[in-house]
Design a protein around this ligand. Structure first.
Ligand SMILES: C[S@@+](CC[C@H](N)C(=O)[O-])C[C@H]1O[C@@H](n2cnc3c(N)ncnc32)[C@H](O)[C@@H]1O
Length: 272
């Protein structure tokens, strides 16, 4: 991290990485931060206000990074994306992200989104629902979609518990990994997470300075595959991590949720 530089945190969350970046780039580094979730944004804004004009926060999807930086007429030295869901959203949002809580099946990261997890389960036709589960790599996706279509005729899906029960009934097990994959597949669809990631990956090289860096932390293979292929195939980016960086034993003791995290870093190629 260097002074007098411009950085972008595309997934500010509650501002942990953002404050580390602002500290490390003292006294004059600037941070553009994006956080889509309204409540996380409010908390981060409060937490980061001590950095005054060094921080510019947007309660927006990271797909707007390019548009906003171009409007501001700046290029960046580094972009960080720490993808997916935060502990705050899982545990404190009451939007049904966690299979361990009984909450409405919502799963929208931002309330301006039109479709909730409940809408998908109750209203998507069989083909669309199978595709959601297939895309999310849910085991026996088609048969599970068929089962949901039958089940909703008797009683529409409303709460997270309804989905947990359907998983238990269909798979005859309630393994946490399986529940996590089913819930994740719906969250990905509600928030269009893979489409958003594809858009931002395509845009970022356009707003990086020569030798500027992009670091992406992903939490599941669907995201990591997109990132890996993007780094491999985009001629504007040189890969700096042949293998992804994973958390140390020490870090895992402090933060067991990081067990599936993978970080890949790339650098903008200098054009002649
Ligand atoms: C893993 S957390 C990041 C935690 C953060 N690094 C911190 O230090 O607190 C991911 C965050 O990204 C946000 N997010 C997910 N998709 C987003 C998107 N398309 N645009 C902006 N923020 C997004 C989520 O709301 C969540 O707060």
């Amino acid at each position: 991290m260097k002074e007098n530089k411009i950085y972008v945190d595309g997934t500010v969350g509650l501002g942990g990485h953002s404050s580390a970046i602002l500290e490390a780039s003292k006294p004059s580094g600037i941070l553009y931060g994006f956080e889509w979730n309204e409540d996380s944004f409010k908390i981060a804004k409060e937490r980061l206000k001590k950095y005054k004009e060094r921080v510019k926060l947007y309660n927006k999807n990271f797909v707007y990074i390019k548009e906003i930086l171009q409007k501001e007429n700046v290029l960046t030295d580094g972009v960080l994306l720490d993808l997916g869901i935060s502990s705050f959203l899982l545990e404190g949002s009451k939007r049904g992200f966690s299979f361990q809580k009984s909450e409405p099946l919502d799963m929208r990261m931002n309330l301006s989104l039109k479709i909730t997890a409940k809408d998908i389960l109750n209203n998507y036709d069989f083909i669309k629902l199978s595709n959601v589960f297939k895309k999310g790599e849910v085991p026996r996706a088609e048969k599970f979609a068929k089962f949901i279509c039958e089940k909703r005729k008797k009683k529409p899906f409303k709460l997270t518990q309804d989905l947990v029960e359907a998983v238990k009934e269909f798979y005859k097990t309630s393994k946490k990994n399986l529940l996590a994959i089913v819930f994740q597949s719906l969250r990905i669809e509600v928030n269009k997470e893979l489409e958003n990631l594809e858009t931002v990956l395509k845009d970022i090289p356009d707003i990086l300075k020569p030798s500027g860096r992009i670091a992406i932390i992903s939490f599941h293979s669907l995201e990591d595959r997109l990132v890996k292929n993007f780094f491999k195939n985009d001629p504007r980016i040189k890969v700096l991590t042949k293998k992804p960086i994973t958390p140390s034993e020490e870090e895992l003791k402090r933060n067991p949720r990081a067990r599936s995290a993978k970080m890949r870093v790339g650098e903008k190629v200098n054009e002649q």
